[in-house]
Design a protein around this ligand. Structure first.
Ligand code: FES
Length: 587
């Protein structure tokens, strides 16, 4: 419906001149030309300068600041990156009238989604932000905006699931920590990571779905075949089967168990495969199961191509210890739900954590196996392993990350927390023997990453003295000014509501100024996992430890470009020097 309003008298604009006009929240530029009066947005979409100062020639408006050009009657962009809105104009009785009615949401929404896609293709973050906010403003749920990002990113993900999809998942969940327009901030952060990761990539070729009954005899047989296909690296067959199972309507929990079985057959891709399964199902919770084929099928190449860390020297000692106990543990886990549900009496949580953070591979393995044998609840062991992972982040040697002469860095240890958080999700959804294997991987992970602890005798390794405060915003400020000591001290000394502290951490994560998309992805992922872990620990004195751990990571200066390190690697490679085949990178 039209909404005509009187703007100005025609004579208020001199021939060939322009005038600005405001109506409600609209800022409009009026141009009087030989062909009549025209009205457009006054804000240039490029950097927001006033278009009323622009030049008009032959029906073309040129922004005075950086020369973007627009067709004056329609607002179509002729040079630059985005159209502007033009308003219908009528001149009656010497007065200029404008139709300021906004088009119905259902009319402009498809245009905005098309524009959002174009912005992702151009890696134009400014336009991404504007389109996401315009969509939000016309009442589009942010989950719909993320769904569009997923439809853009998932088919282009060259090797399947990657950080772009994980970040979109985390960012959708993070939006709950913000209010009003800023709710879109994490979503825009997620879209920008997705755009940067996938920009202008062609869609990955996918195999057609295979009917599970026709191809494997029955759905049950097909479900059993899937992990074997992954193990044998038969990616095409595995993906065709997964797509067929989805098309056949196999329920989500059944597919989830099948995927979790495949990802715990090995310690896959430094834990990423488990993390990505968690994110994929969370994403589908957010954007709807109808996207299952789009979201789940890229899991297959990622898990097929993922490194089997359990086949590398890294895990050798731990696996030797595990092999001895595995049959008993399998039997123990197979007795579920009886085993592992009730907490065993006398669980020495501190001793267990110490075995993981300071013990040998054998001691870590023995501590976990012993606790299970004693009937300790798996959930209690997940809590304790999560705290040990948080301790690992608290001890990480920050200098190591900044040293180009090694390949170790923050991301080697942040995954202990994010993997554990994925395992917690997996166990809560599917308390099965297959998922229980993931707890052994988690215990190994925490133990193994002890090599990255700060052990320099010349430095003071004590935890900073708690800084007592009720002002959660101080944590955000400490992170933004890159002060890890202050960040940890503030979390340790914080006495206000926990929700405020979580929000402060999330705000810092959503605003993160890292340049590399992979770093933004891990900042977001670690912050989100820390909040989940903290909440899972409930009202206990230790429950802020995961937040302190993530805050330390967020606040630390981090290496993001690896040109010098790659050059050093290349020199070694060209000299024919292989890396040492050691179980530990650092002695
Ligand atoms: S602000 Fe208009 S072109 Fe830059």
């Amino acid at each position: 419906m039209s909404q005509w309003v009187r703007a100005v008298a025609v004579d208020d604009i001199k021939e060939g001149g322009a005038k600005s006009f405001a109506y409600s929240d609209k800022r409009i530029a009026l141009f009087r030309t030989a062909r009549g009066v025209f009205a457009t947005d006054n804000r240039c979409p490029h950097q927001g300068y006033a278009l009323v100062r622009g030049d008009v020639r032959d029906g073309e408006l040129t922004c005075a600041w950086h020369n973007w050009k627009f067709d004056l009657p329609t607002g179509g962009c002729r040079f630059g990156g985005e159209n502007i809105r033009s308003y219908p104009v009528q001149v009656r009785d010497g007065q200029v009238y404008l139709d300021v009615a906004d088009p119905p949401a259902e009319v402009i929404r498809p245009e905005l989604f098309a524009s959002l896609n174009a912005a992702m293709d151009d890696l134009d973050v400014g336009r991404l932000a504007r389109d996401a906010l315009r969509l939000q403003r016309i009442g589009t749920p942010l989950s719909d905006v993320v769904r569009e990002g997923v439809r853009y990113a998932a088919p282009r993900a060259e090797y399947g699931w990657d950080h772009s999809l994980a970040t979109l998942t985390d960012c959708l969940r993070m939006s709950q920590f913000f209010t009003e327009s800023l709710r879109a901030l994490p979503v825009i952060q997620g879209l920008s990571v997705a755009a940067e990761d996938q920009v202008r990539r062609p869609a990955r070729q996918r195999p057609d779905p295979v009917d599970p009954v026709a191809g494997y005899g029955s759905v049950d047989a097909a479900l059993l075949a899937y992990p074997e296909l992954v193990d044998a690296e038969r990616a095409e067959e595995a993906e065709a089967l997964l797509r067929g199972l989805i098309a056949a309507g196999v329920p989500a929990p059944v597919l989830r168990h099948m995927l979790l079985t495949a990802v715990t057959d090995h310690f896959l891709a430094y834990g990423h495969s488990m993390i990505f399964v968690q994110k994929a199902f969370e994403l589908l919770d957010g954007i709807g199961w109808q996207e299952a084929d789009t979201v789940l099928s890229p899991l297959v190449p990622e898990m097929v191509l993922g490194t089997r860390y359990d086949k590398l020297p890294y895990m050798r000692r731990f696996l030797r210890a595990w092999q001895g106990a595995e049959p008993e543990l399998t039997a123990l886990a197979a007795g579920l739900p009886g085993a592992g549900v009730q907490a065993g009496g006398g669980f020495d949580q501190a001793g267990f954590r110490r075995a993981l953070t300071d013990g040998s591979p054998e001691e870590a393995m023995t501590a976990l196996a012993g606790a299970l044998r004693a009937g300790t609840a798996v959930a209690a062991l997940i809590d304790a392993t999560g705290l040990a992972a948080a301790e690992r982040l608290a001890r990480f040697d920050i200098e190591l990350d900044l040293d180009d002469t090694n390949e170790c860095g923050w991301l080697d240890v942040t995954h202990t927390l994010t993997y554990l958080n994925a395992l917690r999700w997996a166990w809560s959804a599917d308390p099965s023997p297959e998922v229980l294997r993931g707890l052994f991987h988690a215990a190994w992970f925490v133990q193994w990453t002890g090599q990255f602890d700060d052990r320099d005798p010349g430095r003071d390794h004590g935890r900073p003295r708690p800084h007592q405060t009720e002002d959660a915003a101080q944590l955000h400020r400490a992170i933004i000014r890159r002060d890890p000591e202050a960040a940890v001290a503030l979390v340790d000394g914080y006495t206000g509501p926990r929700a405020e502290l979580e929000r402060s951490l999330m705000q810092a994560a959503a605003e993160d100024h890292s340049t590399a998309p992979i770093m933004v992805a891990h900042v977001v992922k670690t912050a989100r996992a820390a909040v989940d872990e903290s909440r899972a620990l409930g009202e206990t004195p230790q429950s802020a430890a995961p937040i302190a751990a993530a805050a330390r990571f967020l606040a630390s200066p981090k290496r993001e470009r690896f040109v010098y390190q790659s050059t050093l690697d290349a020199i070694s490679t060209l000299r024919g020097v292989p890396r040492p085949d050691a179980e530990q990178v650092r002695p």
